[in-house]
Design a protein around this ligand. Structure first.
Ligand code: UD1
Length: 313
């Protein structure tokens, strides 16, 4: 049995990781300042984890959480491109400052590996698709910059201090417990909650932008594989489904799954938006032994089911 620290463990992705680790019989410390995470996300595993309310920007709180920890799965961050455009300084503090604090405290603890939640937004609008890790990043938003800086710190901490790290570039993750209610919510929970409510959602732009939407279960598996992989120190790896769907396609699929026929509202494109996002996942397959466990269509079905049952929002 190993001890895992999941920063942001009461958030959407973090709580899904914590749940799987509990299922595997591992020891889990959930660390979260509950700014965007919710205790309700870990209610069902509350007896099986150690919950510590704390902030990744606070070195002494992070140090306490690291006591006896083997692996750090660093998910704590402020997500959302629009949020970063509204408040770039706060996003930088949490995403860059918080990551640096986690890395620096981890190098003083006997941590075997820090897995970092990096982002596909780092690529920006590359002309070539699918996007490969050896392409030059061209971030288009403060969020993308903040996530890219975290990657650089991870690889520098591996090189300079010998701390094993691995950065996983997530591609538009979705699934159960993703918050539909925040003003900075992601597109899939917004669309589902609107459609379940019989309301028309808004599509920014012409809806022909595309994303490699990735069901959260795939991301959970990749994090655990990455932590236990001795060969990956300092690397940056895409994790996704390796396909892409336009927003118009996504919208049509959701209308069908939910059984509604409503026209969306089209509005101006969003500032800082990437046009197309599609991952080459061959490095994850080779380096981590990763494979897609739940594809986009199946993930979407499960997610709609979850929102129906949970009655969210
Ligand atoms: C970006 C990253 C993603 C990261 C996320 C964190 C890229 C390609 N992806 O996601 O990996 O996890 O930031 O927040 O950079 N949209 C609508 N209507 C809405 C909401 C959104 O049309 O009500 C559109 C957006 O304009 C965008 C697409 O849906 O084109 C996806 O938006 P969103 O879910 O916010 O994620 P990204 O910004 O693509």
């Amino acid at each position: 049995m190993s001890r895992y620290l999941v920063t942001g463990g009461a958030g959407f992705i973090g709580s899904n990781i914590a749940e799987e680790l509990v299922r595997m019989g591992e020891e889990v410390v959930v660390f979260d300042n509950l700014s965007t995470g919710h205790e309700g996300n870990i209610e069902h595993i509350r007896q099986d984890v150690t919950f510590m309310k704390g902030d990744v920007r606070n070195a002494s709180e992070v140090r306490m959480a690291l006591d006896g920890v083997d692996y750090v799965l660093h998910q704590a961050a402020l997500a959302s491109v629009p949020r970063s455009i509204d408040d770039p300084l706060l996003v930088n503090e949490v995403n860059v400052g918080g990551t640096l604090t986690v890395l620096d405290e981890s190098r003083h603890a006997s941590v075997k590996c820090v897995v970092y939640a990096a982002s596909s937004s780092a690529y920006g609008d590359s002309e070539v698709l699918p996007k490969r890790e050896d392409m030059l990043p061209t971030p288009l938003s403060p969020y993308a910059v903040s996530k890219l800086v975290g990657e650089h710190y991870c690889s520098v901490y591996s090189k300079v201090y010998g701390l094993p790290t691995i950065s996983i570039r997530y591609f538009n993750v979705f699934g159960p417990r993703q918050d539909p209610a925040s003003q900075y919510a992601a597109v899939i929970p917004i669309f589902i909650s609107h459609l379940l409510d019989g309301k028309s959602p808004t599509i920014f732009g012409d809806g022909e932008q595309s994303r490699d939407f990735t069901y959260v279960g795939n991301i959970v598996k990749a994090n655990i594989m990455a932590a236990q992989n001795g060969k990956a120190a300092g690397q940056v790896v895409n994790v996704a489904c390796g396909g892409r769907f336009t927003l118009n396609e996504l919208y049509g699929m959701l209308c069908e799954l939910i059984g509604v026929s409503l026209d969306p509202v089209y509005a101006d494109p969003r500032l800082g938006d990437v046009k197309h996002s599609h991952a080459d996942i061959s490095m994850a397959e080779e380096l981590l032994g990763y494979s897609v466990e739940t594809d986009f269509e199946e993930g979407l079905k499960r997610t709609v089911e979850w929102y129906r049952k949970s009655g969210a929002p």
